[in-house]
Design a protein around this ligand. Sequence first.
Ligand code: BES
Ligand code: ZN
Ligand code: ZN
Length: 480
Amino acid sequence: MTVTHTSTLDLTLPTAFFVAAESLAAVRALLPDGLSLPDTAGGDDESWQHLTERQRLWVIGLGPADQLSAERLRRAAHKQLGRFNEGKHPRAQLALVGISDRAEADDWAAALADAAVLSNYQFLTYKKEREKLRYKLDELRIHTDARGGAQAVTQAVAVAEATCIARDLVNEPPNVLTAVELAERARQLGLQHGFRVEIFNKKKIEELGMGGLLAVNRGSQTPPTFSILEWKPDGAKNAKPIVLVGKGLTFDTGGLSLKPTPGSMDSMKSDMAGGAAVIGALVAAAATRLPLHVIGLIPSTDNRPGEDAYTPNDVITHYDGTTVEVLNTDAEGRLILADALAWAKQYEPELVVDLATLTGAAVVAVGTIGIAMMRTASDVVAQRFVQAGLAVHERVVELPLWPEYREQLKSEVADMKNIGGRYAGAITAGKFLEHFTAYPWVHLDIAGPAFLESADSYRGKQGTGVGVRLLMRVLQQWGA
Ligand code: BES
Ligand code: ZN
Ligand code: ZN
Protein backbone atom coordinates (compact mmCIF):
# COMPACT_ATOMS: atom_id res chain seq x y z
CA MET A 1 0.00 0.00 0.00
CA THR A 2 1.24 3.47 -0.79
CA VAL A 3 0.39 6.27 1.61
CA THR A 4 0.77 9.85 0.46
CA HIS A 5 -0.18 13.31 1.58
CA THR A 6 -2.54 15.41 -0.49
CA SER A 7 -3.54 19.02 -0.05
CA THR A 8 -6.51 18.69 -2.41
CA LEU A 9 -9.50 16.60 -1.51
CA ASP A 10 -10.83 14.15 -4.06
CA LEU A 11 -14.37 13.31 -3.02
CA THR A 12 -14.75 10.68 -5.71
CA LEU A 13 -12.59 8.52 -3.42
CA PRO A 14 -14.03 6.78 -0.37
CA THR A 15 -13.25 9.38 2.27
CA ALA A 16 -13.26 9.56 6.03
CA PHE A 17 -13.25 12.98 7.67
CA PHE A 18 -11.72 13.06 11.11
CA VAL A 19 -13.38 15.86 12.88
CA ALA A 20 -13.11 17.51 16.25
CA ALA A 21 -16.41 18.76 17.62
CA GLU A 22 -15.48 22.36 16.83
CA SER A 23 -14.74 21.72 13.18
CA LEU A 24 -18.04 20.15 12.22
CA ALA A 25 -18.93 23.27 10.29
CA ALA A 26 -15.73 23.03 8.29
CA VAL A 27 -16.63 19.50 7.23
CA ARG A 28 -20.17 20.51 6.42
CA ALA A 29 -18.82 23.08 4.02
CA LEU A 30 -16.81 20.42 2.21
CA LEU A 31 -19.65 17.97 1.74
CA PRO A 32 -21.37 17.77 -1.64
CA ASP A 33 -24.54 19.81 -2.08
CA GLY A 34 -27.61 18.35 -0.50
CA LEU A 35 -25.75 16.22 2.00
CA SER A 36 -26.56 17.25 5.50
CA LEU A 37 -24.66 16.30 8.56
CA PRO A 38 -26.55 15.77 11.83
CA ASP A 39 -25.46 17.96 14.72
CA THR A 40 -24.34 14.92 16.67
CA ALA A 41 -21.97 13.71 13.96
CA GLY A 42 -18.93 15.28 15.54
CA GLY A 43 -19.60 13.66 18.88
CA ASP A 44 -17.15 11.51 20.68
CA ASP A 45 -16.36 8.29 18.82
CA GLU A 46 -19.42 8.58 16.65
CA SER A 47 -19.24 7.89 13.01
CA TRP A 48 -21.67 9.17 10.46
CA GLN A 49 -21.81 7.33 7.17
CA HIS A 50 -23.06 8.26 3.77
CA LEU A 51 -22.72 5.27 1.52
CA THR A 52 -24.02 5.30 -2.01
CA GLU A 53 -22.90 3.66 -5.22
CA ARG A 54 -20.91 6.73 -6.15
CA GLN A 55 -20.04 8.24 -2.83
CA ARG A 56 -18.70 6.71 0.31
CA LEU A 57 -18.20 9.22 3.04
CA TRP A 58 -17.61 8.85 6.74
CA VAL A 59 -17.38 11.50 9.40
CA ILE A 60 -15.52 10.28 12.46
CA GLY A 61 -16.14 12.28 15.63
CA LEU A 62 -13.14 12.81 17.85
CA GLY A 63 -14.64 14.88 20.63
CA PRO A 64 -13.37 18.34 21.59
CA ALA A 65 -10.17 19.51 19.90
CA ASP A 66 -8.40 20.24 23.16
CA GLN A 67 -8.64 16.58 24.08
CA LEU A 68 -7.43 15.33 20.74
CA SER A 69 -4.23 13.33 20.72
CA ALA A 70 -2.08 11.53 18.17
CA GLU A 71 -2.91 8.22 19.78
CA ARG A 72 -6.62 8.88 19.54
CA LEU A 73 -6.18 9.48 15.82
CA ARG A 74 -4.13 6.31 15.36
CA ARG A 75 -6.86 4.25 16.96
CA ALA A 76 -9.62 5.94 15.01
CA ALA A 77 -7.65 5.52 11.78
CA HIS A 78 -7.18 1.84 12.52
CA LYS A 79 -10.94 1.37 12.76
CA GLN A 80 -11.48 3.26 9.54
CA LEU A 81 -8.88 1.19 7.70
CA GLY A 82 -10.95 -1.82 8.75
CA ARG A 83 -14.02 -0.24 7.11
CA PHE A 84 -12.14 0.51 3.90
CA ASN A 85 -10.83 -3.01 3.76
CA GLU A 86 -14.23 -4.48 4.51
CA GLY A 87 -15.61 -2.54 1.57
CA LYS A 88 -12.70 -3.82 -0.53
CA HIS A 89 -11.84 -0.35 -1.72
CA PRO A 90 -8.51 -0.25 -3.55
CA ARG A 91 -8.09 3.49 -2.98
CA ALA A 92 -9.26 5.70 -0.16
CA GLN A 93 -8.70 8.94 1.65
CA LEU A 94 -8.40 10.14 5.24
CA ALA A 95 -8.96 13.83 5.86
CA LEU A 96 -8.15 15.97 8.86
CA VAL A 97 -10.24 19.07 8.68
CA GLY A 98 -10.30 22.34 10.56
CA ILE A 99 -7.28 21.88 12.79
CA SER A 100 -4.43 23.00 10.57
CA ASP A 101 -3.74 25.99 12.82
CA ARG A 102 -2.89 23.75 15.75
CA ALA A 103 0.75 23.29 16.72
CA GLU A 104 0.24 19.54 16.74
CA ALA A 105 -1.23 19.41 13.23
CA ASP A 106 1.87 17.87 11.65
CA ASP A 107 2.08 15.23 14.35
CA TRP A 108 -1.56 14.43 13.79
CA ALA A 109 -1.08 13.98 10.07
CA ALA A 110 1.86 11.72 10.91
CA ALA A 111 -0.31 9.77 13.35
CA LEU A 112 -2.78 8.94 10.58
CA ALA A 113 0.10 7.77 8.42
CA ASP A 114 1.54 5.66 11.27
CA ALA A 115 -1.76 3.94 11.81
CA ALA A 116 -2.44 3.43 8.13
CA VAL A 117 0.81 1.62 7.48
CA LEU A 118 0.83 -0.30 10.76
CA SER A 119 -2.82 -1.34 10.54
CA ASN A 120 -2.41 -2.66 7.04
CA TYR A 121 0.47 -4.90 8.08
CA GLN A 122 0.02 -8.64 7.56
CA PHE A 123 2.49 -11.50 7.90
CA LEU A 124 1.45 -13.95 5.22
CA THR A 125 4.77 -15.48 4.20
CA TYR A 126 3.73 -18.99 5.19
CA LYS A 127 0.05 -18.88 4.24
CA LYS A 128 -0.94 -20.83 1.16
CA GLU A 129 -4.00 -18.65 0.57
CA ARG A 130 -1.85 -15.56 0.71
CA GLU A 131 -3.57 -13.64 -2.10
CA LYS A 132 -7.03 -14.34 -0.77
CA LEU A 133 -6.11 -13.14 2.70
CA ARG A 134 -4.38 -9.95 1.61
CA TYR A 135 -6.16 -6.66 2.34
CA LYS A 136 -7.27 -4.91 -0.79
CA LEU A 137 -6.45 -1.26 -0.04
CA ASP A 138 -3.41 -0.29 -2.06
CA GLU A 139 -3.52 3.46 -2.18
CA LEU A 140 -4.32 5.76 0.69
CA ARG A 141 -4.23 9.54 0.64
CA ILE A 142 -4.01 11.63 3.75
CA HIS A 143 -5.43 15.09 3.42
CA THR A 144 -4.55 17.92 5.77
CA ASP A 145 -4.02 21.58 5.19
CA ALA A 146 -1.27 21.63 7.80
CA ARG A 147 1.79 23.33 6.36
CA GLY A 148 4.24 20.57 7.25
CA GLY A 149 1.74 17.82 6.46
CA ALA A 150 3.46 16.45 3.36
CA GLN A 151 6.83 16.09 5.04
CA ALA A 152 5.33 14.72 8.24
CA VAL A 153 3.46 12.04 6.31
CA THR A 154 6.47 11.06 4.21
CA GLN A 155 8.65 10.68 7.29
CA ALA A 156 6.02 8.80 9.26
CA VAL A 157 5.44 6.38 6.40
CA ALA A 158 9.16 5.62 6.15
CA VAL A 159 9.43 4.98 9.87
CA ALA A 160 6.25 2.90 9.99
CA GLU A 161 7.45 0.82 7.04
CA ALA A 162 10.72 0.21 8.89
CA THR A 163 8.61 -0.84 11.88
CA CYS A 164 6.93 -3.40 9.63
CA ILE A 165 10.37 -4.71 8.65
CA ALA A 166 11.11 -5.21 12.35
CA ARG A 167 7.75 -6.99 12.70
CA ASP A 168 8.57 -9.30 9.80
CA LEU A 169 11.85 -10.26 11.47
CA VAL A 170 10.14 -10.99 14.79
CA ASN A 171 7.38 -12.97 13.11
CA GLU A 172 9.73 -15.21 11.14
CA PRO A 173 9.84 -18.65 12.76
CA PRO A 174 13.06 -19.63 14.51
CA ASN A 175 13.77 -22.53 12.16
CA VAL A 176 14.10 -19.96 9.38
CA LEU A 177 15.48 -16.98 11.26
CA THR A 178 18.67 -18.35 12.78
CA ALA A 179 21.44 -16.04 13.92
CA VAL A 180 23.08 -16.44 10.51
CA GLU A 181 19.83 -15.60 8.73
CA LEU A 182 19.19 -12.57 10.94
CA ALA A 183 22.62 -11.20 10.03
CA GLU A 184 21.97 -11.99 6.36
CA ARG A 185 18.68 -10.08 6.45
CA ALA A 186 20.49 -7.12 7.99
CA ARG A 187 23.02 -7.30 5.19
CA GLN A 188 20.33 -7.34 2.50
CA LEU A 189 18.51 -4.42 4.10
CA GLY A 190 21.77 -2.51 4.28
CA LEU A 191 22.36 -3.01 0.57
CA GLN A 192 18.80 -2.05 -0.22
CA HIS A 193 18.66 1.08 1.92
CA GLY A 194 22.26 2.22 1.84
CA PHE A 195 23.77 1.55 5.25
CA ARG A 196 26.92 -0.44 5.91
CA VAL A 197 26.78 -3.91 7.46
CA GLU A 198 29.65 -5.99 8.75
CA ILE A 199 29.06 -9.48 10.12
CA PHE A 200 31.39 -11.30 12.49
CA ASN A 201 31.16 -15.08 12.19
CA LYS A 202 31.86 -17.61 14.95
CA LYS A 203 35.60 -17.70 14.25
CA LYS A 204 35.89 -13.93 14.55
CA ILE A 205 33.74 -13.93 17.70
CA GLU A 206 36.08 -16.53 19.19
CA GLU A 207 39.14 -14.49 18.25
CA LEU A 208 37.62 -11.45 19.93
CA GLY A 209 36.77 -13.42 23.05
CA MET A 210 33.09 -12.63 23.27
CA GLY A 211 32.62 -15.28 25.93
CA GLY A 212 29.00 -14.48 26.72
CA LEU A 213 27.77 -14.88 23.16
CA LEU A 214 29.84 -18.05 22.73
CA ALA A 215 28.60 -19.58 25.98
CA VAL A 216 24.93 -19.09 25.11
CA ASN A 217 25.58 -20.49 21.65
CA ARG A 218 27.09 -23.75 22.89
CA GLY A 219 23.79 -25.65 22.93
CA SER A 220 22.87 -24.43 19.46
CA GLN A 221 22.96 -26.20 16.12
CA THR A 222 23.85 -22.98 14.31
CA PRO A 223 26.75 -20.56 14.82
CA PRO A 224 26.36 -17.15 16.47
CA THR A 225 26.72 -13.86 14.64
CA PHE A 226 27.63 -10.35 15.68
CA SER A 227 26.37 -7.72 13.25
CA ILE A 228 27.57 -4.15 13.01
CA LEU A 229 25.33 -1.75 11.12
CA GLU A 230 26.40 1.79 10.36
CA TRP A 231 24.64 4.85 8.99
CA LYS A 232 27.11 7.69 8.59
CA PRO A 233 25.85 10.48 6.36
CA ASP A 234 28.09 13.31 5.18
CA GLY A 235 27.79 16.24 7.52
CA ALA A 236 26.42 14.23 10.43
CA LYS A 237 25.51 16.53 13.31
CA ASN A 238 27.17 14.37 15.96
CA ALA A 239 30.95 13.98 16.17
CA LYS A 240 30.62 10.88 18.36
CA PRO A 241 28.23 8.16 17.20
CA ILE A 242 25.02 7.05 18.84
CA VAL A 243 25.19 3.29 19.28
CA LEU A 244 22.08 1.08 19.33
CA VAL A 245 22.45 -2.42 20.74
CA GLY A 246 19.74 -5.04 20.21
CA LYS A 247 19.30 -8.46 21.80
CA GLY A 248 19.19 -10.91 18.90
CA LEU A 249 18.19 -14.13 20.65
CA THR A 250 16.42 -15.98 17.84
CA PHE A 251 14.78 -18.48 20.20
CA ASP A 252 14.95 -18.77 23.97
CA THR A 253 14.18 -22.18 25.42
CA GLY A 254 15.96 -21.19 28.62
CA GLY A 255 18.77 -23.63 27.83
CA LEU A 256 19.51 -26.25 30.50
CA SER A 257 17.53 -24.07 32.93
CA LEU A 258 14.64 -24.90 30.61
CA LYS A 259 11.67 -22.59 30.75
CA PRO A 260 9.39 -24.17 33.32
CA THR A 261 5.69 -23.54 32.77
CA PRO A 262 3.74 -24.66 29.74
CA GLY A 263 3.37 -21.71 27.43
CA SER A 264 6.34 -19.74 28.69
CA MET A 265 8.24 -20.64 25.53
CA ASP A 266 5.40 -19.96 23.12
CA SER A 267 6.42 -16.47 22.13
CA MET A 268 10.18 -16.84 22.41
CA LYS A 269 10.83 -16.35 18.71
CA SER A 270 10.35 -12.72 19.74
CA ASP A 271 13.50 -12.75 21.85
CA MET A 272 15.31 -11.01 19.00
CA ALA A 273 12.85 -8.10 18.97
CA GLY A 274 15.54 -5.74 20.28
CA GLY A 275 17.77 -6.70 17.37
CA ALA A 276 14.85 -6.29 14.99
CA ALA A 277 14.20 -2.80 16.38
CA VAL A 278 17.83 -1.85 15.81
CA ILE A 279 17.69 -3.10 12.21
CA GLY A 280 14.40 -1.23 11.73
CA ALA A 281 15.91 1.94 13.15
CA LEU A 282 18.88 1.76 10.78
CA VAL A 283 16.51 1.22 7.84
CA ALA A 284 14.45 4.22 8.96
CA ALA A 285 17.57 6.34 9.50
CA ALA A 286 18.80 5.60 5.98
CA ALA A 287 15.36 5.96 4.38
CA THR A 288 14.81 9.37 5.96
CA ARG A 289 18.45 10.43 5.55
CA LEU A 290 18.74 11.11 9.25
CA PRO A 291 21.62 13.58 9.73
CA LEU A 292 23.26 11.58 12.52
CA HIS A 293 26.02 9.01 12.75
CA VAL A 294 24.34 5.86 14.11
CA ILE A 295 25.85 2.43 14.73
CA GLY A 296 23.82 -0.72 15.43
CA LEU A 297 25.21 -3.79 17.19
CA ILE A 298 23.37 -7.11 17.24
CA PRO A 299 24.76 -10.14 19.06
CA SER A 300 22.75 -13.14 17.94
CA THR A 301 22.25 -16.81 18.75
CA ASP A 302 19.51 -19.09 20.00
CA ASN A 303 19.52 -20.57 23.52
CA ARG A 304 19.01 -24.33 23.72
CA PRO A 305 19.75 -27.27 26.00
CA GLY A 306 21.99 -28.98 23.42
CA GLU A 307 24.54 -31.65 24.18
CA ASP A 308 27.32 -29.19 24.77
CA ALA A 309 25.10 -26.48 26.27
CA TYR A 310 26.51 -24.05 28.80
CA THR A 311 25.69 -25.04 32.31
CA PRO A 312 24.76 -23.51 35.64
CA ASN A 313 28.00 -23.06 37.63
CA ASP A 314 30.02 -22.38 34.45
CA VAL A 315 32.28 -19.36 34.69
CA ILE A 316 32.58 -17.39 31.49
CA THR A 317 34.87 -14.53 30.48
CA HIS A 318 33.38 -11.60 28.61
CA TYR A 319 34.97 -9.48 25.89
CA ASP A 320 36.24 -6.96 28.47
CA GLY A 321 37.69 -9.66 30.74
CA THR A 322 34.89 -9.63 33.30
CA THR A 323 34.21 -13.13 34.66
CA VAL A 324 30.64 -14.22 35.29
CA GLU A 325 29.29 -17.22 37.13
CA VAL A 326 26.27 -18.63 35.35
CA LEU A 327 23.56 -19.67 37.76
CA ASN A 328 20.64 -19.73 35.37
CA THR A 329 21.06 -20.31 31.66
CA ASP A 330 17.73 -18.60 31.03
CA ALA A 331 19.31 -15.28 32.02
CA GLU A 332 21.15 -15.38 28.68
CA GLY A 333 20.20 -12.03 27.21
CA ARG A 334 22.43 -10.09 29.55
CA LEU A 335 25.34 -12.38 28.66
CA ILE A 336 25.20 -11.68 24.94
CA LEU A 337 24.50 -7.99 25.53
CA ALA A 338 27.47 -7.68 27.90
CA ASP A 339 29.90 -8.44 25.08
CA ALA A 340 28.18 -5.98 22.77
CA LEU A 341 28.10 -3.21 25.39
CA ALA A 342 31.79 -3.76 26.10
CA TRP A 343 32.51 -3.69 22.36
CA ALA A 344 30.63 -0.39 22.02
CA LYS A 345 33.19 1.42 24.18
CA GLN A 346 35.71 1.68 21.33
CA TYR A 347 33.41 4.05 19.43
CA GLU A 348 33.59 6.61 22.26
CA PRO A 349 29.85 6.97 21.80
CA GLU A 350 27.82 10.03 22.66
CA LEU A 351 25.09 7.65 23.82
CA VAL A 352 24.44 3.91 23.83
CA VAL A 353 20.87 2.63 23.84
CA ASP A 354 20.15 -1.05 24.22
CA LEU A 355 16.80 -2.68 23.50
CA ALA A 356 16.12 -6.14 24.83
CA THR A 357 13.31 -8.53 25.68
CA LEU A 358 15.28 -9.03 28.83
CA THR A 359 13.10 -9.97 31.78
CA GLY A 360 9.73 -11.41 32.68
CA ALA A 361 9.93 -9.01 35.62
CA ALA A 362 9.56 -6.05 33.26
CA VAL A 363 6.38 -7.64 31.89
CA VAL A 364 5.08 -8.10 35.43
CA ALA A 365 5.89 -4.47 36.20
CA VAL A 366 4.49 -2.63 33.17
CA GLY A 367 2.67 -5.22 31.08
CA THR A 368 2.49 -5.09 27.31
CA ILE A 369 1.95 -1.35 27.08
CA GLY A 370 5.10 -0.09 28.72
CA ILE A 371 8.86 -0.10 28.32
CA ALA A 372 11.03 -0.27 31.45
CA MET A 373 13.90 2.18 31.14
CA MET A 374 17.08 2.33 33.21
CA ARG A 375 19.96 4.65 32.50
CA THR A 376 23.21 6.29 33.38
CA ALA A 377 22.60 8.96 30.72
CA SER A 378 21.64 12.46 31.87
CA ASP A 379 18.24 13.60 33.07
CA VAL A 380 17.88 15.53 29.83
CA VAL A 381 18.37 12.38 27.75
CA ALA A 382 15.98 10.41 29.96
CA GLN A 383 13.39 13.14 29.54
CA ARG A 384 13.75 12.90 25.77
CA PHE A 385 12.91 9.22 25.87
CA VAL A 386 9.92 9.82 28.11
CA GLN A 387 8.63 12.59 25.82
CA ALA A 388 9.27 10.61 22.66
CA GLY A 389 7.49 7.65 24.24
CA LEU A 390 4.41 9.76 24.85
CA ALA A 391 4.50 11.15 21.31
CA VAL A 392 4.70 7.78 19.56
CA HIS A 393 2.76 5.96 22.27
CA GLU A 394 5.60 3.59 23.09
CA ARG A 395 5.67 4.80 26.63
CA VAL A 396 8.71 4.55 28.81
CA VAL A 397 8.81 4.41 32.58
CA GLU A 398 12.01 4.67 34.53
CA LEU A 399 13.25 2.19 37.12
CA PRO A 400 16.17 3.10 39.39
CA LEU A 401 19.70 1.70 39.28
CA TRP A 402 20.43 2.31 42.95
CA PRO A 403 23.80 0.94 44.09
CA GLU A 404 22.27 -1.46 46.63
CA TYR A 405 20.87 -3.66 43.86
CA ARG A 406 24.41 -4.51 42.86
CA GLU A 407 24.78 -6.58 46.06
CA GLN A 408 22.47 -9.17 44.57
CA LEU A 409 24.93 -9.90 41.79
CA LYS A 410 27.88 -10.80 43.98
CA SER A 411 29.35 -14.20 43.17
CA GLU A 412 31.38 -16.57 45.35
CA VAL A 413 33.69 -17.48 42.51
CA ALA A 414 33.61 -14.81 39.79
CA ASP A 415 33.32 -11.03 39.37
CA MET A 416 29.53 -11.30 39.11
CA LYS A 417 26.79 -13.86 38.79
CA ASN A 418 24.16 -13.68 36.08
CA ILE A 419 21.06 -13.56 38.27
CA GLY A 420 19.96 -11.48 41.23
CA GLY A 421 17.53 -12.60 43.88
CA ARG A 422 13.78 -12.94 43.93
CA TYR A 423 13.02 -9.24 43.85
CA ALA A 424 13.56 -6.43 41.37
CA GLY A 425 14.44 -8.76 38.50
CA ALA A 426 14.24 -6.11 35.77
CA ILE A 427 16.58 -3.89 37.76
CA THR A 428 19.18 -6.52 38.65
CA ALA A 429 19.33 -7.34 34.93
CA GLY A 430 19.90 -3.63 34.28
CA LYS A 431 22.54 -3.52 37.01
CA PHE A 432 24.32 -6.44 35.36
CA LEU A 433 24.42 -4.59 32.04
CA GLU A 434 25.54 -1.36 33.68
CA HIS A 435 28.80 -3.04 34.65
CA PHE A 436 29.78 -3.19 30.96
CA THR A 437 28.96 0.42 30.13
CA ALA A 438 31.50 3.20 30.30
CA TYR A 439 29.52 5.92 28.53
CA PRO A 440 26.10 7.54 28.79
CA TRP A 441 23.68 4.66 28.46
CA VAL A 442 19.95 3.95 28.25
CA HIS A 443 18.56 0.45 28.72
CA LEU A 444 15.09 -0.34 27.39
CA ASP A 445 13.53 -3.59 28.53
CA ILE A 446 10.89 -4.24 25.86
CA ALA A 447 9.89 -7.74 27.04
CA GLY A 448 6.23 -6.68 27.44
CA PRO A 449 5.38 -4.68 24.31
CA ALA A 450 7.57 -6.56 21.80
CA PHE A 451 5.04 -9.31 21.17
CA LEU A 452 1.26 -9.44 21.57
CA GLU A 453 -0.73 -12.64 21.90
CA SER A 454 -3.92 -10.90 20.76
CA ALA A 455 -4.48 -7.94 18.48
CA ASP A 456 -4.44 -4.40 19.83
CA SER A 457 -5.59 -1.88 17.23
CA TYR A 458 -2.80 -0.71 14.91
CA ARG A 459 -0.20 -2.50 17.04
CA GLY A 460 -1.54 -5.75 15.61
CA LYS A 461 -0.61 -9.11 17.05
CA GLN A 462 2.64 -11.04 17.27
CA GLY A 463 5.65 -8.80 16.62
CA THR A 464 4.87 -5.11 17.14
CA GLY A 465 8.13 -3.60 15.95
CA VAL A 466 8.26 -1.64 19.20
CA GLY A 467 11.29 0.59 19.56
CA VAL A 468 11.69 1.71 15.95
CA ARG A 469 9.32 4.66 16.22
CA LEU A 470 10.58 5.51 19.70
CA LEU A 471 14.23 5.54 18.66
CA MET A 472 13.49 7.53 15.52
CA ARG A 473 11.52 10.12 17.45
CA VAL A 474 14.44 10.58 19.85
CA LEU A 475 16.98 10.70 17.03
CA GLN A 476 14.98 13.09 14.86
CA GLN A 477 15.02 15.58 17.70
CA TRP A 478 18.62 14.95 18.68
CA GLY A 479 20.66 18.12 18.94
CA ALA A 480 17.54 20.23 18.45
N1 BES B 1 13.74 -13.71 27.10
C1 BES B 1 13.50 -13.82 28.50
C2 BES B 1 12.66 -12.69 29.07
C3 BES B 1 11.22 -12.62 28.61
C4 BES B 1 10.21 -13.18 29.38
C5 BES B 1 10.87 -11.93 27.46
C6 BES B 1 8.89 -13.08 28.96
C7 BES B 1 9.57 -11.83 27.04
C8 BES B 1 8.56 -12.40 27.79
C9 BES B 1 14.83 -13.82 29.27
O1 BES B 1 15.91 -14.37 28.60
C10 BES B 1 14.63 -14.62 30.52
O2 BES B 1 14.37 -15.76 30.39
N2 BES B 1 14.74 -13.97 31.67
C11 BES B 1 14.57 -14.60 32.91
C12 BES B 1 15.66 -14.15 33.83
C13 BES B 1 15.71 -14.89 35.14
C14 BES B 1 16.14 -16.32 34.90
C15 BES B 1 16.69 -14.21 36.07
C16 BES B 1 13.21 -14.20 33.47
O3 BES B 1 12.85 -13.03 33.33
O4 BES B 1 12.52 -15.05 33.98
ZN1 ZN C 1 16.03 -16.49 28.89
ZN1 ZN D 1 15.80 -14.33 26.53
